[in-house]
Design a protein around this ligand. Sequence first.
Ligand SMILES: Cc1cc2nc3c(=O)[nH]c(=O)nc-3n(C[C@H](O)[C@H](O)[C@H](O)COP(=O)(O)OP(=O)(O)OC[C@H]3O[C@@H](n4cnc5c(N)ncnc54)[C@H](O)[C@@H]3O)c2cc1C
Length: 477
Amino acid sequence: MDRDYDVIVVGGGGAGHCAAIAAREGGARVLLIDAADRFGGTTAASGGVFYAGGTSVQKAAGVEDSVEAFFDHYMTFNHWLIEPCIGRRYCEEAGPTIDWLIEQGISYDPKDLYVAGIETTPRGHQPSGQGLGYIETLHNRAASMGVELVHSTRAEALLADSEGRICGVRASGFDLACGAVILACGGLGGNKELLQRYYPDALRAGDWVYYYGVSTNQGDYVALGESVGAVLANSSLNHGIVLRAANFERMPDAFVEPWHMFVNKRGRRFVNELANYAVLGEIIEAQPGSHCFTIFDEDAFAAATGHAPYAGPDKPSWYNPNWANDFLMQMLERGKMHCADTLDALADTIGVHKGALHTNIQRYNQFVCDGCDEQFFKPMQGARPIANGPFYAVEMRASWLVATSCGLQIDIHSRVYDENDKPIPGLYAAGESAGGVSAYYIGGGNSVGPGAVFGRIAGRHAAAVALAEAGKARALA
Ligand SMILES: Cc1cc2nc3c(=O)[nH]c(=O)nc-3n(C[C@H](O)[C@H](O)[C@H](O)COP(=O)(O)OP(=O)(O)OC[C@H]3O[C@@H](n4cnc5c(N)ncnc54)[C@H](O)[C@@H]3O)c2cc1C
């Protein structure tokens, strides 16, 4: 069948836009479709942070880093569960991809670099305008280059020729012929059945669990891929990132205000409350009963603004209305916050051990007074003693699902693999649809970053292969 396009990209989030632009740069005729009624996917709702090491932006900020150090950290944090060649590809290509994004019009102010993971090196690259600005810039760039962009169009099936080469997409009832297809249709966060199958740990908090990505992210890549023999990457299964949240409004709740003091069911403090969200959800999950309470007093309640520092005291703070006084007042009225005149009564209400609660609050108050947390090493700027009643407690669980890592097995060219462990000709994946790139979520930027890196790689490779195939077909004709 005659080709309508050289490359079709399925999914118009961050990974899909990078793939489409790179394929177009490679000389391909490109179509980008999205199932939603607007482009951007979850990327548009995100911070847009890109996790990278050894970059020109770091250099401009005077940060010493290298691809080698980044790779070492990346693999260690991932417990060497992912294939080193994929991890290495990401670490090597992250810097050049940031430079490429800058060429596309994205700007990364070196002053905005921050420590985004469990480490001391600033590797979180924040684009101006966050995720929305990132998408708008890439979208305008793709349009200006001649990428065809169609939303409200869902890929329903992949078309393959008699030799198993992917040669098209059925989308919203139409068959579209092409030389290569890139699946960049997000993760499976919006699909409880697939979560149950591939990321059951994400559902451990039951009814509390919510996904804050776009609802069109239904894990379509699973059925699309499996229909042509693709396999999911084992190393990523049952991985992704679930953050701590109270059962309040279902909104982004990534960063913790310094006045929180967490105790588990035994009344014991168990963590630096300001620990990076890459690990905080898991630490809460590991407590008895898989939950904890944040405890605070009347003074903290009255002063709560919802502002949490996340990139350092000299950087702008993150505003989360869930933790501002007026909203907390509503939560109290709706019974979502516990209140008691004394700590003993509060312990009875929430069912934690009274003695341990007293001991831990006493110890914590001493740390606040000394300005030094000798137990968990939390920076104490903004911390408050728990001293003046009434006292409050809010239950928290690892319940905000941010991203899934249960994608299709890819190689260093973003080619999708089948059960014979061979690439399926003409099929690529990037973003959350691609697996084996991360097992553990290393910190802020560990999804947008790989999405851009492997999206760009997929676009380049798919364009080259599709154009070469077209040339071969013409020569044979
Ligand atoms: C509030 C929030 C903040 C975040 N901040 C960050 C951050 O700063 N840095 C970071 O790295 N990660 C962050 N994340 C996670 C990150 O945003 C996502 O994991 C990442 O953007 C996913 O990119 P993607 O391109 O794979 O998918 P998406 O951006 O979700 O795009 C997938 C697109 O595919 C479309 N689609 C789905 N199925 C089909 C189909 N069958 N046919 C056609 N189209 C289809 C969807 O409509 C969607 O538009 C954040 C997440 C949230 C919720």
